[in-house]
Design a protein. Structure first.
Length: 134
């Protein structure tokens, strides 16, 4: 098998290593109920499904409690802003990255408020500060 870090990213041109680093808070951080959003195995399945076009993996379900939905959604918006060529581009590709891979979200709902910052932005640092500095 090929090295997971070197596999081509079929979603955009970001290196898989940076994608994993950006989203790793989904399995390292906990929701407002103290549970991890995803297990490490679920996280690896998300990466494989979303960024390596592995359609044999079914959409996942994030463990979300009150207030978590907007926080995770904003992480995906921040990913769009972070990516080369993502800033200022059409949100739809990045909305579907969230809605096609997680059953907790519906495209029509997310489209209306994709860039909405969570009210409790102070709880976001751990989720957003894991970005790789360029």
């Amino acid at each position: 098998t090929s090295n997971f870090e070197e596999v081509e990213n079929t979603f955009n041109n970001e290196p898989i290593k940076e994608v994993k680093e950006f989203f790793k808070s989904l399995y390292t951080e906990v929701n407002t109920g103290g549970e991890k959003f995803l297990t490490k195995e679920e996280f690896d399945n998300f990466i494989s499904r979303a960024f390596q076009n592995n359609n044999s993996i079914t959409p996942l379900r994030l463990r979300l409690k009150r207030g978590d939905k907007t926080r995770v959604q904003y992480l995906f918006f921040e990913f769009k802003e972070y990516c080369k060529g993502g800033k200022g581009t059409n949100n739809e590709k990045y909305i579907t990255l969230l809605t096609d891979n997680f059953t907790n979200y519906e495209f029509a709902t997310v489209k209306g408020n994709f860039d909405k910052k969570p009210d409790d932005i102070y709880q976001l640092p751990n989720l957003l500060n894991n970005k790789i500095s360029s």
